[in-house]
Design a protein around this ligand. Structure first.
Ligand SMILES: *Cc1c(COP(=O)(O)O)cnc(C)c1O
Length: 363
């Protein structure tokens, strides 16, 4: 099947095999006579779908038994409130500010607790990451929040910080919305991870939360019941009606990722894809990426034409070649290529070929 290459930051491309299976099962899921969108979430069919999704995700990300997997709603932005409501215990928390998303998280957390900035890369315009050894972590913090891939600025922690080696025993909370399932996760360093599904897992509407069991059960009294991790966990993500369609399609994506060889194989592929684009940009005088090499995102690659007056021509030409949604986020301008798991190497190659040709045409 010949579709354009879609570089959207989210909602984003979904593997074509997943879309085809969802299409084939749209009117009748496994002989049930119903489409997944039409089923009771408590019926035996959907319960099977949901349990399989959870099981496959646990396998895919090697989630240990003492972590609960919660399928929630409200997106990453709702978790910016839900996390402090559940974990802050009315105390103080630490934030590492590395771009727009962690900044948003910080602002929201301050509605519910005292939040300190332990480190920030704002002075560097979010183009490099503050080294963990330099973080000013506060003793007694209820947790430390880090956005491990900043979708807009294109900075990524290639390795998760190890708070214990920094003398900090607070749990690490990671917002992994835009690189979830792009590489393995070292759960020994994590207390809670959250992310919306619409970037790397499937359709919008599903929010994934993976949380260590001992962090559940401490919600503030004002926390809405539907957002209390204890309530969600006790009801196996079915306290309220879950986003059934999104869970189903995400489940198909988990199966697809397992068939592709799982996280180690997927990570290798993502490293190769990103290297192809970064190497081309670095070798060029026409395009530039401003992020330090050791923390460049493998998922979201912002780049700029040195002459911004050519941006519209670049985008028009790209769309004509079947290279879609490359315009950068409005807060940073330029271009952004989001190359999540569903983007094949051939898509990145097609982009690089186009960029080379465009540069020549402008000489
Ligand atoms: C997209 C994104 C969010 C917000 O997700 P919503 O589903 O729109 O709430 C939060 N954090 C990061 C890192 C993101 O990329």
């Amino acid at each position: 099947m010949n579709r354009p290459f879609n570089f959207s930051a989210g909602p984003a491309a979904i593997p074509v095999e997943v879309l085809q299976q969802a299409a084939a099962e749209m009117l009748d899921w496994h002989g049930s006579g119903m489409g997944v969108m039409e089923m009771s979430h408590r019926g035996k069919e959907f319960v099977l779908i949901c349990e399989a999704a959870e099981r496959d995700l646990r396998k895919l990300l090697a989630v240990p038994e003492n972590f609960r997997i919660l399928f929630m709603q409200g997106g990453g932005l709702a978790e910016n409130a839900i996390v402090p409501l559940n974990l802050s215990r009315g105390g103080h928390v630490d934030f590492v500010v590395t771009g727009s998303w962690s900044q948003k998280s910080l602002k929201e957390a301050r509605r519910y607790c005292t939040a300190h900035v332990a480190a920030s890369n704002e002075a560097d315009h979010h183009t490099r990451l503050p080294r963990p050894e330099t973080w000013a972590l506060n003793p007694g913090a209820a947790y430390v929040h880090v956005c491990t891939n900043e979708t807009i600025h294109g900075v990524e922690f290639h390795e998760l910080p190890d708070l214990k080696t920094l003398g900090c025993d607070a749990p690490l909370v990671i917002d992994f919305s835009s690189h979830v399932a792009s590489r393995p996760v070292d759960w020994s360093r994590v207390g809670l991870a959250f992310g919306g599904a619409q970037k790397n897992l499937g359709p919008a509407g599903l929010t994934l939360v993976v949380v260590r069991e001992d962090l559940i059960g401490h919600a503030l009294a004002v926390c809405p019941s539907a957002f209390d991790y204890q309530t969600v966990a006790d009801n196996r993500s079915m306290y309220n009606t879950p986003p059934t369609w999104s869970i189903y399609v995400a489940g198909l994506t988990f199966q697809w990722l397992l068939e592709q060889g799982g996280m180690a194989a997927i990570e290798q592929r993502n490293v190769a894809k990103a290297a192809l684009l970064y190497d081309f940009i670095d070798a060029s005088d026409f395009y530039v990426n401003k992020v330090e090499r050791d923390c460049r995102s493998r998922m979201n690659i912002p780049f700029f034409l040195k002459d911004a007056a050519r941006n519209d021509a670049f985008l028009t030409g790209a769309a004509a070649r079947g290279l879609l949604q490359l315009r950068g986020h409005k807060s940073v301008g330029g271009m952004r290529a989001s190359i999540y798991n569903a983007m094949p190497l051939a898509g990145v190659q097609a982009l690089v070929d186009y960029m080379r040709e465009f540069e020549k045409s402008q000489a």
